[in-house]
Design a binder for this molecule. Structure first.
Ligand SMILES: [Zn+2]
Ligand SMILES: [Zn+2]
Length: 168
């Protein structure tokens, strides 16, 4: 899945590691080497990924005896969402994660053919959310919109004439 990223990060007060440490300490949890390794990998670049992608990336890092197990990856992903560092989305029953901390609010178009996630920002959409929340006296923390369909590349491929016999 090769995604299209056009947004740049936003400035934040703490490093992801410092924020994660603070969160873990507040829960009485230890900052283990495994948690550190996972956070390092996750914040090395912006990506939409699932637990399997992350496990593959970690495996290719040749961590030797510091190998990270599947349950640890799942648990740590949960902690990263809980601490506000990652955002979790649901795509066809698959949990997909991306940076939340240090990354601007945005929404997604999801191509059902090539599985690409395209990011976009819309002021109009944000203002609709604000208005609706206000009307309901609702204290909004955020929103999640995924527009599903077919991207322009896949559309083009669909429309390409397929008169194979004529070409021979
Ligand atoms: Zn597509
Ligand atoms: Zn995104």
């Amino acid at each position: 899945m090769k995604d299209h990223f056009s947004l740049t990060g936003v400035t934040v007060a703490m490093t992801p590691m410092a924020r994660f440490e603070e969160y873990l300490q507040s829960r009485g949890k230890r900052v283990t080497q495994q948690r550190r390794t996972i956070l390092d990998q996750v914040f090395s670049h912006h990506e939409h990924f699932d637990a399997d992608d992350l496990l593959e990336e970690l495996a290719s890092r040749k961590l030797g005896d510091r190998k990270v197990s599947r349950p640890t990856v799942y648990r740590t992903l949960g902690e990263l969402v809980d601490s506000g560092l990652l955002r979790k989305m649901s795509l066809n029953n698959r949990s997909v994660y991306e940076h939340d901390y240090g990354y601007p609010q945005h929404d997604h178009l999801y191509c059902e053919e090539c599985k690409q996630l395209i990011e976009f920002q819309s002021k109009e959409l944000s203002s609709i959310c604000e208005t609706v929340a206000k009307q309901q006296r609702f204290r909004a923390k955020g929103h999640r919109l995924i527009i599903t369909g077919v991207c322009s590349n896949c559309n083009k491929a669909r429309q390409r004439p397929t008169h194979r016999l004529e070409m021979i």
